[in-house]
Design a protein around this ligand. Structure first.
Ligand code: NAG
Ligand code: NAG
Ligand code: NAG
Length: 290
């Protein structure tokens, strides 16, 4: 036991006196930069002459492995946007990592690190956030055809920094908006869709930087035909023409027939059946008596 203790003391003595322990004396604070801009991240170290000073990049969400950007004054990756500068000042050395033409993927944590031993690493970190316009993800809701009464969920996902605010807007395409026309948030649940809810909806993502991103979708609602008759009683004197009309609202487009005394009417020298589409999903049927 005594011998072991002696060896340990010797080791401690060696570490403390024969090698100077390196120290990170200064690191730049966190950075927020615009896409296309530049940044310089400086890490100042003392007593590091026997060690390698590394710059590492870590993903904020740990979705990629940390990787080595530079060791001492040498870059480990070939990227003309990057450079590493070593300045010696008194008893300190500063390693400056420069990034030009910053891209969104440069977002992350940059770690200045000195490996002293297997279980002894000292480090300091700078976070780089890249300001960029919002972008709506492709996994957001696309146009759809649903049945009346069905639950509909409109989802919109966007990225960008600062984090975009997301809202849904309903467009008035000639339909009187019975329900709300704006929804703040990225998931708009419509518990039971009605035919009046059909039409165009736009997801808008805005973060005050660049143009808001938009995604327009169409919702078609299938519903049973609704027949309305503008005039129930019509009169006309003999040998004159007369129009009889009926309005049918339906989606998808219905097949329409006219019946008189249990006989289906068709175009002939007596009748002319005319179908007029009024608005996209609503149609008007006109029967002309010649
Ligand atoms: C560097 O090492 C010397 C000798 O051990 C020590 O006096 C000095 O304080 C160290 N520098 C820093 C910044 O810790
Ligand atoms: C990373 O995580 C943050 C919060 O933990 C989150 O807001 C952000 O959307 C994530 N980014 C990506 C690209 O997944
Ligand atoms: C949509 O895609 C983005 C980016 O890939 C992801 O962060 C988000 O979680 C996705 N949303 C869903 C509901 O899958």
């Amino acid at each position: 036991m005594k011998i072991v203790h002696g060896v340990l003391s010797m080791l401690c003595f060696n570490l403390a006196y024969s090698h100077m322990t390196p120290v990170i004396t200064h690191i730049l604070p966190n950075q927020i930069k615009d896409i296309g801009g530049a940044t310089e991240m400086a890490c100042t170290v003392s007593n590091s002459s026997n060690y390698y000073v590394l710059w590492m990049k870590l993903d904020l969400n740990k979705s990629i492995e940390p990787f080595l950007i530079s060791f001492k004054n040498t870059l480990n990756i070939k990227d003309s946007r990057l450079s590493i500068i070593q300045d010696s000042m008194m008893d300190e050395i500063r390693y400056t990592l420069q990034i030009n033409d910053i891209q969104e993927f440069d977002t992350g944590i940059y770690r200045c690190q000195i490996v002293i031993g297997l279980h002894n690493i000292i480090s300091a970190e700078v976070e780089l956030k890249v300001r960029g316009p919002p972008m709506i993800h492709e996994n957001s809701t696309a146009s759809m055809v649903v049945m009346e009464g069905q639950q509909v969920t409109l989802e919109c996902y966007a990225r960008g920094y600062p984090s975009p605010r997301i809202y849904w807007k309903r467009e008035n395409n000639g339909i009187l908006l019975a329900s709300r026309s704006i929804f703040k948030g990225n998931i708009w649940k419509i518990p039971a869709i009605r035919k009046e809810d059909r039409g165009s909806y736009t997801c808008i993502a805005a973060n005050g930087y660049g143009k808001p991103s938009r995604r327009r979708i169409a919702i078609q609602v299938e519903f049973a035909p609704i027949i309305t008759v503008p005039k129930r009683n019509l009169g006309q004197s003999l040998h004159n023409d007369m129009d009889i009309s009926c309005n049918v609202e339906a989606y998808p487009s219905p097949a329409i027939i006219w019946i008189n005394n249990n006989v289906q009417l068709s175009n002939n020298r007596h009748y002319r059946l005319v179908t007029t589409y009024l608005i996209v999903e609503s149609l008007r049927l006109l029967i002309l008596f010649l």
